[in-house]
Design a protein around this ligand. Structure first.
Ligand code: GLC
Length: 548
């Protein structure tokens, strides 16, 4: 195996803290709940967990609106709980990555309270304050520019007391920090140092693309050809040329990287949330000398079109865009997306897991996806996500429902006396950890076997990625290091298929059944051709090739 920084060989597991395990019995997951499940995570075989925000927050956006970056919200526990979780996770061989939210704070953060208090307050410039447009009369037409909130409506809110507007890329309860003010940069770097000092292994950087805005805050142009996408129709009508990703974004993350590099060993990692479809822009986040973030998240296959040709082209493009020496990253699901088993279909959930864990790079598995959890329908009167309340239908609650541990009350997520903050859903959908652990043919058993295989297989950890020619409906590629080559073949369709392989080989793992095919030889000659792997509908295989 090639000697690499730990995070290049790691599989990260996203713990949405509110929904993982509730030890306190208030219906909301907490840090102690996560600590009590470390045995499970070690058994599963993940290397690192990413904890979503657990900082003090009024919870307007469920923790992405912070009032104190260096304390734990009582809902999730105490700083002592966090220290215990860190120590125990490390004792289990699991690293801990925490969320870092640079773009905005809560409107109740003391910085914003001060900033808002008067036009001359020393912290006024810590946020974006602007006068109404000259000549405007009513609040509605005085907005400084045409920028929109991702969660619906304009991105500007008038503060009547001081007569100026402030900017909020998300909720009006989440004012944007001004990263062009060096005091803000210093204060936010101190936040990172605080957590590095407590021993966290890295940061997941929330909306990393938003911190650099056009210095002149110019209007965004309108998109002559708006494409459908994840955000509201109004938001998609603009080209987001000025509210995101001004070119000096890279320098901002280079500055942050220096803070990480100065920390005591072991090496810490930064993974940035960057949604850019433009791969040139996306790749810039690595930095010109690989000196900005360690990895931008690779969201390129999220809600993908599950056609082999499309996937192959998309992966090839990303592989080509990753700079020399940099390391790719892959994600299929997270707390902002529908569940994979829902958008890709339950049959393809295993194929999707196989793909995620066999591409070259660091993958992130979203909690519950190892069970094939599906979106849980949320009755309108239980909706929690502020985005859903602003723009019905956009909400993320269905993918944030409690982890299903057992078939017992509250799916074992919370004590029977508690009411979980979101419904746990139907017991039949996807099963639970307890039942799936006993079933060698379950999605959980499959995921665990795959994680174990990946950990011990030099080709899967380090190997170069090359696509193979395969028929319609089958995605096939190899991963190769000197002396070892494996093929990964994924049947994305409902018909049986056969894939020609560069040499004979031995099946290491199948997505179907209880791995009964493992050990099977693939030497069967296709009619008139070389070796071929037969695939059942929606079957994926890893084949160790005889010829490296
Ligand atoms: C990121 C988070 C999302 C949050 C938003 C605002 O996209 O993943 O959950 O609502 O940032 O902080």
């Amino acid at each position: 195996m090639i000697e690499r920084p730990w995070w290049q060989h790691a599989v990260t597991y996203e713990v949405y803290v509110r929904s993982f395990a509730d030890a306190s019995g208030d219906g909301v997951g907490d840090l102690e709940g996560v600590r009590q499940r470390l045995d499970y995570l070690e058994w599963l075989g993940v290397d690192a967990i990413w904890l979503t925000p657990f900082y003090r927050s009024p919870m307007a956006d469920f923790g992405y609106d912070i009032v104190d970056h260096t304390d734990v919200d009582p809902l999730f526990g105490t700083l002592g709980d966090m220290d215990r979780l860190l120590a125990d996770a490390h004792a289990h061989g699991i690293r801990v990555i925490v969320d870092y939210v640079p773009n905005h704070t809560s409107d109740r953060h003391p910085w914003f309270v001060e900033s808002r208090s008067s036009r001359t307050n020393p912290k006024r410039d810590w946020y974006y304050w602007r006068d109404p447009r000259p000549g405007s009369s009513a609040a509605s037409d005085g907005r400084p520019n045409n920028w929109l909130s991702l969660f619906g409506g304009p991105a500007w809110e008038l503060d009547p007391a001081t007569g100026q507007y402030y900017l909020h890329t998300f909720l009006k309860e989440q004012p944007d920090l001004n990263w062009r003010n060096p005091e803000v940069v210093r204060a936010m770097h101190e936040v990172a140092r605080f957590w590095l000092g407590r021993g966290v292994d890295g940061f997941r950087i929330d909306v990393a693309a938003a911190v650099a805005k056009d210095p002149e805050l110019r209007d965004n142009p309108l998109d002559p050809d708006p494409k459908p996408g994840q955000f509201g129709a109004e938001w998609l009508r603009q080209v987001h040329a000025h509210d995101f990703e001004h070119p000096d974004i890279v320098a901002m993350w280079q500055g942050f990287r220096r803070v990480l590099d100065e920390a005591e060993p072991p090496a810490r990692v930064s993974i940035a949330e960057v949604a850019s479809d433009d791969l040139v822009r996306w790749a810039r986040y690595y930095g010109p000398q690989l000196d900005a973030v360690h990895m931008p998240f690779g969201f390129h296959l999220v809600r993908a079109d599950w056609h082999a040709a499309w996937l192959r082209a998309a992966i090839t493009r990303v592989e080509a865009a990753v700079p020399d020496g940099a390391w790719p990253n892959w994600v299929l699901g997270n707390h902002d997306q529908p569940r994979i088993a829902t958008w890709a279909g339950p049959e393809r959930a295993r194929v999707a897991m196989l793909l995620l864990l066999t591409l070259r790079g660091t993958p992130t598995v979203y909690y519950g996806d190892e069970l094939g959890m599906e979106n849980v329908p949320i009755p309108p009167d239980r909706a929690q996500d502020p985005w859903e309340l602003n723009e019905p239908g956009q909400g993320r609650d269905p993918a944030r429902t409690p982890m299903r541990w057992t078939a017992g009350p509250n799916a074992g997520f919370a004590p029977a006396t508690a009411e979980p903050w979101l419904p746990v859903g139907d017991a039949r959908a996807g099963g639970d950890v307890e039942a799936q652990r006993r079933d060698p043919g379950s999605m959980l058993s499959f995921t665990r076997a795959l994680l174990r295989l990946r950990r011990s297989d030099a080709a899967l950890l380090d190997g170069a990625w090359s696509p193979l020619d395969a028929g319609d409906g089958v995605l096939a590629f190899t991963r190769a290091v000197p002396g070892r080559r494996v093929a990964v073949v994924l049947n994305l369709g409902a018909d049986a298929a056969s894939v020609a392989l560069p040499s004979g080989g031995r099946v290491l793992l199948s997505t179907l059944g209880d791995g009964v095919r493992a050990g099977e030889r693939v030497t069967r000659a296709a009619r008139g051709g070389g070796p071929a792997a037969p695939l059942a509908a929606w079957e994926g295989l890893i084949v160790e090739l005889d010829e490296p």
